[in-house]
Design a protein around this ligand. Structure first.
Ligand code: CLF
Ligand code: SF4
Length: 291
């Protein structure tokens, strides 16, 4: 993977592992993921959330933390992880589907204002909640956008929960895409630095990546991370995209946005410098067990 030699985001280079674009920048800062988000408001076909200690992928944590536990864990992490710079909430469910993430961010921001706060969301609730995220001190935002064509999106996320009702198919897809794009545009106005995660799904959206990148760039995103599908759930039969498919997708996206290439597909409770150090055991000790 060719690392860039110039930073795309000079303010974040070496200070945020997922918004750094040089090899040195990726290796400098650590992040702490706090698994405080219990549930999700959409139903992606590839998603399989689980509580265990072994699987290295998004959607997995050893256990859920309450906001109280999360604040305590941050205090301990600051003593254990020397280069801790970013506190992120990325699951195991969606951080904006409940109040736990925003409450956790506000409390951490009040106690340790120098930490960069980062959130990763499916974007359904972004228009409604992005102002609260800004008020809680969050500055870096990732929105997972897997398609901008409702017909394609309906195959990725066949149903959503919206205003206490279940919405299906193309109607659900339209709502999700509209909210994602409106939320990104609002976040850009509020000054967030915005990255898009796009799961590369063979035969479903692999021909559509350029269109996704173009559309989210117009909405205000600055970077895109193409994440090869981890074949799970109802898309387990598709297999992982191969090297050529990944390369083609990155090239298509790269026409519109800076492409992030160092993603480690982190667990929802990962602690350390992505791909380099792992402090999960030190931080949680025997407390880290599935309950
Ligand atoms: Fe976490 Fe995500 Fe923030 Fe990074 S991870 S919430 S932006 S602090 Fe990073 Fe991990 Fe890839 Fe995510 S390497 S899965 S892109
Ligand atoms: Fe799973 Fe994330 Fe999709 Fe929710 S948004 S169903 S947690 S992959």
């Amino acid at each position: 993977r060719a690392a860039r030699t110039t930073p795309a985001f000079p303010d974040l280079e070496g200070k945020h592992p997922c918004f750094s674009t040089t090899a040195e920048g990726h290796a400098k800062a650590a992040r702490l993921h706090l698994p405080v988000a219990p549930g999700c408001n959409i139903d992606c076909a590839f998603c399989r959330r689980d509580f265990n200690r072994v699987e290295q992928r998004p959607g997995v944590a050893a256990r859920l933390l309450s906001p109280d536990d999360a604040v305590a864990a941050t205090g301990r992490a600051l003593r254990i992880v020397p280069n801790l710079a970013v506190v992120g909430i990325a699951g195991p469910g969606d951080p904006l589907a409940s109040d736990h993430a925003i409450e956790t961010f506000s409390r951490i921001h009040a106690l340790w204002p120098a930490l960069t706060l980062c959130v990763s969301t499916n974007g359904l609730m972004l228009p409604e909640r992005v102002d609260e995220l800004a008020a809680a001190g969050v500055t870096t935002l990732t929105v997972t956008v897997n398609a901008v064509d409702p017909e394609i999106q309906a195959r990725v996320t066949p149903k959503i929960a919206w205003k206490r009702k279940r919405v299906n198919g193309v109607e659900a897809a339209r709502r999700l895409i509209d909210n994602q794009l409106a939320g990104i545009a609002r976040a850009e106005k509020l000054g967030f630095t915005i990255k898009i995660n796009t799961v590369l799904i063979p035969t479903v959206n692999d021909h559509h990546i350029g269109e996704v990148a173009k559309t989210v760039a117009e909405a205000g995103a600055r970077m895109i991370n193409i994440i090869p599908l981890i074949p799970e759930g109802r898309l387990a039969h598709l297999g992982e995209p191969d090297f050529i498919a990944r390369h083609k997708a990155r090239a298509a996206a790269g026409k519109h946005l800076t492409v992030f290439t160092h993603c480690q597909r982190c667990r929802a409770d990962a602690v350390g410098t992505p791909g380099l150090t792992d402090f999960t055991r030190e931080l949680y000790g025997d407390d880290i067990r599935a309950e």
